[in-house]
Design a binder for this molecule. Structure first.
Ligand code: UD1
Length: 419
């Protein structure tokens, strides 16, 4: 068991390089299954979820190797279509292997990802869309057995909600399907654009990715390519919150402001100055921070649910009352009780959290219950008086590469302790 021990009240300043995006790297790694040549993915973050994806690829008979933020995958020897249950359990996003395996092999067996720390996460939209493309799905004892007896074919698919995972699975399955697929009400997240760009670099014919209508014309094969994973907009938002909470200033390299149009204004409303350049964001914060009226999580281009917890951490110290409405997941306030233990004044009812800014947070022993909520506790610890211990670091490691080193290099006092 590892924990992070933080001595708070140190102002952060300096330069930081933002990691590659986890939420893009994982579907890209699944997409490698479709390619007959070697794929090299650069700027791949060094994260437990990335290594789990590589293990899945190796179990399927592909050859994958991670070296210094670069993953090479050769899927030409794919020999298996079943993802082992323990690897499915390790990360929810393993569900994107479904579309990729169906696209490549026309069959797939994997265990149902089920609920997770954010509450129930159904996949009915993924399965409904794949059924439209000719997939027969049987579920027995939590295992999904999918086959396409007559091959995968294109379809016109209307999603009832712009689901990120469903859009990714359909794009992956459709890239090698017979004929044309159109996704209406597709998710528009930048990670979808990245997946579409990657697949096009491998020879896929996809247009409209990044808009709500994505069109895919199936091709007979995909080749390898070299591709650079986009910067992680959620990690960037996390470090911006760290600067805000400590009254600091950070120069974030490899950060793309164009992907953060709903996030940057929230920091500006808090009173931070934000300057954006190509692939770089500079944030300068003076305390006291100001409350913001309402932050509503929405599908992109709205405010991302993944940034809700880390922005809430900053708002605990903002003068006045801020309101957060979490519209994507029903159980995404598990960090609130822990922030309250540190002196925050937050009340939740259903989707809504009301944050009254306090003058001071106090160090405490707290426990991460999920990835972004865990990061929020680390941020609160940076601003708190005294010592904070954040337990269950394994959650945070799923999404942040060496978070303690990034923060320490900018002046924080934070160490990892193995018990
Ligand atoms: C979601 C987030 C994504 C984030 C990721 C990890 C959105 C729209 N999606 O992606 O930004 O990076 O979590 O935190 O913000 N749903 C169904 N049936 C389905 C699929 C989804 O009912 O088949 C519902 C979910 O319960 C949820 C919502 O749709 O309420 C969003 O789902 P989706 O975008 O698919 O989730 P993820 O792909 O996990």
């Amino acid at each position: 068991m590892q924990k992070l021990v933080i001595r708070g009240e140190k102002r952060l300043s300096g330069e930081m390089t933002v990691q590659g995006a986890k939420n893009s790297a994982l579907p890209l790694l699944a997409g490698c299954v479709l390619c007959s040549g070697e794929v090299t993915l650069k700027n791949c973050p060094s994260l437990s979820d990335v290594f789990a994806s590589c293990r899945i690829l190796n179990c399927l008979g592909c050859k994958s190797r991670y070296h210094d933020h670069c993953v090479t995958v050769n899927a030409s020897a794919l020999s298996e279509c079943a993802v082992p249950e323990d690897l499915m359990r390790e990360m929810r996003s393993s569900i994107v292997f479904l579309g990729a395996l169906l696209g490549r092999a026309g069959e797939c067996e994997l265990s149902f990802p089920g609920g997770c720390e954010l509450g129930p996460r159904p996949i009915d939209m993924h399965l409904g869309a794949l059924a439209q493309m000719g997939v027969q799905i049987n579920e027995e004892f939590g295992v999904l057995c999918c086959r396409c007896p007559h091959g995968l074919h294109g379809a016109k698919i209307s999603l009832s909600f712009p689901s990120v995972g469903a859009t990714e699975n359909i794009m992956l399955a459709a890239a090698l399907a017979k004929g044309d697929t159109v996704i209406y009400n597709a998710a528009r997240e930048p990670e979808i654009t990245d997946l579409g760009d990657f697949l096009c670099s491998c020879g896929a014919r996809i247009s409209g990715h990044g808009t709500s209508t994505v069109a895919i014309s199936g091709v007979s094969s995909l080749h390898g390519c070299e591709y650079e994973v986009m910067p992680d907009r959620i990690a960037a938002a996390t470090y911006m919150s760290a600067a805000a909470l400590t009254g600091g200033e950070l120069d974030l390299k490899n950060a793309r402001a164009c992907d953060m149009q709903a996030v940057i204004p929230v920091f500006e409303q808090m009173g931070c100055q934000v300057f954006t350049y190509e692939n770089r964001i500079f944030i300068n914060c003076k305390r006291p921070l100001k409350a913001v009226r309402t932050v509503r999580t929405m599908p992109y281009p709205g405010f991302p649910t993944d940034a809700q917890a880390v922005v809430m951490a900053a708002l605990t110290r903002a003068r006045g009352t801020s309101v957060i409405v979490e519209n994507i997941f029903c159980s995404r306030y598990r960090h609130v009780d822990e922030l309250v233990r540190m002196g925050a004044d937050i009340k939740t009812e259903g989707k809504v959290a009301v944050v009254e800014g306090v003058k001071r947070l106090y160090g405490a022993r707290v426990r991460a219950a999920d990835l972004r909520g865990g990061a929020a506790l680390v941020l609160a610890g940076l601003a708190a008086q005294g010592e904070t211990e954040v337990e269950n670091v394994c959650y945070i490691d799923r999404g942040y590469e060496n978070i303690e080193k990034c923060l320490r290099d900018a002046g924080a006092s934070i160490v990892r302790v193995t018990e």
